[in-house]
Design a protein around this ligand. Structure first.
Ligand SMILES: [Zn+2]
Length: 291
């Protein structure tokens, strides 16, 4: 027998569902009333499933859940939770090593500061994302904690976008107007953070619009640089992010959609790292020669 205990919007309901044939001995309840009760509970379960709510304590082991309601969050299955955690957790160490390498390859103070900014954005993205997905998987009953980490997961994306452009904006020569993008991109990141504080999960399309605007607007400035080395890789990474957005918005339509989105992010971040390492910092062979 399985106990279904849930919270409807207006009242608390509790019902018993018999999953195996039962013998009712010495009970005042008739079989027909039990069947009626079981039917009620089953339809309640269908109702909850269709609204993305699972019975308390139950675990979903499928490869994909139902789509989330417009103003609610998608609930990944156990396998999806695991994939979401591992796809970003495995990138934390490479991100730290990669950041340290850029710092070592820096020629001057400004390159060092830029390596720090970029490295912190890169590492923060994978660390915050991994922690959020672990909390969402293992500590989902701690609603406030999960909500805070979800907000951090969203905020860090704005800072990651700003940090990804920082090496190009800081280390390449820009025109007098374009150079304003150096500080304006951080203003946009701060604006995005405030937006998450105020309207987190309320207007998902607006949130996506902000991410894309922030992702594309510095590209207009960067492409106007005299030195265009590395811009192909920069555009290629941007295209990979854009393709990944299709999966970012496909929870409940494509199994493991969010984990696939993570892989797109990882690939795009790797392409951007390669371009920064190759075109903006001293080559490792040159560095070894001067040791
Ligand atoms: Zn994620």
């Amino acid at each position: 027998m399985d106990k279904l205990h849930c919270q409807f919007p207006s009242r608390t309901c509790c019902a018993m569902v018999f999953t195996e044939p039962q013998t009712v001995m010495g009970s005042s309840q008739t079989c027909s009333s039990l069947v009626l009760e079981a039917n009620l509970a089953l339809s309640m379960r269908d109702y909850l499933k269709s609204h993305g709510v699972r019975p308390k304590g139950s675990v979903e082991y499928g490869f994909m859940n139902h789509r989330a309601p417009a103003n609610g969050r998608y609930k990944p299955t156990c396998y999806e939770h695991a994939a979401n955690c591992y796809t970003h957790a495995f990138l934390i160490v490479p991100a730290i090593v990669g950041s340290a390498l850029l710092h070592r390859l820096s020629d001057d103070c400004w390159e060092k500061i830029t390596a720090w900014i970029y490295g912190m954005g890169l590492c923060a993205l994978f660390i915050v994302s991994t922690v959020f997905h672990i909390v969402s998987w293992k500590k989902s009953h701690l609603r406030t904690v999960e909500h805070c980490f979800h907000m951090c997961d969203r905020m860090v994306i704005y800072f990651f976008i700003a940090a990804s452009y920082a090496p190009w904006l800081n280390l390449r020569e820009l025109g007098p107007l374009a150079s304003h993008m150096r500080w304006f991109i951080w203003l946009m990141a701060a604006g995005g953070t405030i937006y998450v504080f105020l309207y987190h999960e309320k207007y998902k399309v607006v949130e996506l619009f902000f991410y894309l605007t922030m992702g594309f607007s510095p590209a207009l400035v960067v492409t106007s640089m005299n030195n265009t080395d590395g811009l192909h890789e920069l555009a290629c990474g941007g295209l990979i992010y854009c393709l990944g957005v299709v999966f970012f918005k496909s929870d409940g339509i494509i199994p493991f959609a969010h984990a696939i989105w993570h892989l797109f992010v990882a690939t795009a971040a790797a392409v951007h790292y390669y371009a920064i390492w190759k075109y903006l910092y001293r080559s490792p062979t040159d560095f070894m020669r001067h040791l």
